[in-house]
Design a protein around this ligand. Structure first.
Ligand code: C2E
Ligand code: CA
Ligand code: CA
Ligand code: CA
Length: 280
């Protein structure tokens, strides 16, 4: 009741524009199940380039909402409200199953591509998570090490023993764990110490100007060295041009992702891109 009251007060203070935005997000969340059932909620894949081999060996699954009346809605405009209204599990399960189904179909035609799925921090406290991921891998017959879970660093998880334990269980199953948006959180050191991560994904804000910014170069170089010393792989996101990629090669980065490699695209296009690259 207290929460409803606070919400009511917030509502009274809100301007007409704000009310419209809140209203809109609420009605969107209400349409989630229908969007999943109709295919309006779909998954785009952004290729990840394995720098050593020069091949696309995996891709990040990025959720998209093609709304029948409102057009294409970017994830930043619906993921936070889906999470706030307790629907993260339904959305993530849909993305996970779609990504594993697509990975299974690529595998069948001789193009093994690993998939990375974004998992919001709130889900890490759900006891069903580990079993659900195990069941999904079994259902699509995907080896666990072809799945990466991208988890955003946040102070909340670093202190939650249950979340750390859950990630450890997933790690034991063979699932790969990536620390997403690395460098932008508040508890970086705690994370590195406690997280059973296999991969560190450096946030694009440090990568975009890598070829021209001395400060970014120093930060990225030492982050790569630190991650390697801790036995982790490094992914750079936001690689927008050839100069940036060349710098990452020089610094010994393992994987590159960004517009220069490829934009997020439908699964069919990703499989074609990988086939074309193999032939070249
Ligand atoms: P993220 O996980 O950090 O994903 C990377 C974002 O950077 C994507 O935005 C991608 O399209 C964009 N990007 C990729 N390459 C470049 C580049 O070279 N330059 C620039 N400027 N941007 C690039 P997108 O697809 O709009 O997703 C935004 C965020 O929404 C994601 O950030 C992630 O936090 C969230 N998100 C997306 N899909 C899911 C999902 O299935 N579940 C959850 N929980 N969150 C998701
Ligand atoms: Ca991500
Ligand atoms: Ca990221
Ligand atoms: Ca992000």
């Amino acid at each position: 009741a207290q929460r409803a009251h606070a919400a009511g007060r917030r509502w009274e203070r809100a301007s007409a524009d704000e009310r419209e935005a809140i209203d809109w997000q609420l009605s969107l969340v209400g349409e989630l199940d229908q969007a999943i059932a109709s295919g309006a909620l779909w998954v785009a894949y952004q290729p990840k380039l394995d720098i050593a081999s020069g091949r696309i060996t995996s891709a990040e699954a990025l959720v998209r909402w093609q709304h029948p009346r409102r057009g294409n809605i970017p994830p930043d405009q619906f993921v936070p409200s889906v999470e706030a209204h307790g629907r993260a599990q339904a959305m993530t399960a849909h993305v996970l199953h779609t990504a594993l189904a697509d990975a299974a179909s690529w595998r069948k035609i001789g193009r093994p591509i690993g998939v990375a799925v974004n998992v919001s921090a709130t889900l890490l406290s759900d006891d069903r998570l580990v079993a659900e991921i195990g069941a999904a891998l079994a259902r699509w017959r995907i080896p666990a090490d072809m799945l990466t879970l991208e988890v955003t660093e946040s102070a909340a998880i670093a202190s939650a023993d249950a979340a750390i334990e859950r990630l450890g269980e997933l790690r034991q199953m063979g699932v790969r764990i990536s620390i997403d948006d690395y460098g932008t959180g508040q508890s970086t050191m705690t994370y590195l110490k406690r997280f059973p991560a296999t991969e560190l994904k450096i946030d694009k804000s440090f990568i975009q100007n890598l070829a021209t910014s001395r400060a970014d170069l120093i930060l990225v170089r030492s982050t790569i060295d630190l991650a390697h010393a801790l036995g982790m792989c490094v992914v750079a996101e936001g690689v927008e041009d050839a100069d940036c990629l060349a710098k990452l090669v020089e610094l010994g980065c393992d994987t590159a992702q960004g517009w220069h490699i490829g934009r997020p695209m439908p699964g069919e296009n990703l499989a074609l891109m990988q086939a074309w690259q193999r032939a070249a």
